[in-house]
Design a protein. Structure first.
Length: 134
């Protein structure tokens, strides 16, 4: 029986008011220059090869838009926080709690966005739909 903690990865979709993905082939290069994540005193850029302890990557979807990934987190976390900066003066603060139990079929996930609790979507792969203009 594997007693390892469940790995947690954040999937980030940048969307407009109508829910359309804002990262496309036309602007992914600009996004890689401007969007960063601040975590534990380190700054992460998309697809940078010198990422300290976590990975911040882009992945092209079938429709030509892009999804961003940040992680991987292993173990228990209590109100752990990272900040997504969009390079336009706007940012989002993501806070999460992960509690693993000896019974590996049970793991609790709590997520807050800018201090507002988010619905429990089951984890461990959180999909954040974020508008960089808000």
């Amino acid at each position: 029986l594997d007693m390892s903690p469940v790995p947690v990865i954040f999937q980030i979709l940048t969307v407009d008011e109508a829910g359309n993905n804002l990262l496309t082939g036309e602007n992914i290069a600009s996004a890689k220059e401007n969007i960063t994540i601040e975590y534990n005193g380190d700054t992460y850029k998309i697809d940078a090869s010198n990422s300290p302890a976590k990975t911040f990557k882009s992945s092209k979807l079938e429709n030509g838009s892009y999804l961003l990934y940040f992680g991987t987190f292993f173990g228990d976390y209590n109100a752990e926080t990272f900040v997504i900066n969009y390079g336009n003066g706007n940012s989002h603060i993501v806070s999460f709690t992960v509690k693993n139990y000896a019974d590996v079929t049970k793991t609790e996930y709590l997520l807050e966005l800018n201090g507002v609790p988010q619905p429990n979507i089951g984890g461990p792969s959180f999909i954040l739909r974020l508008n960089p203009n808000k």
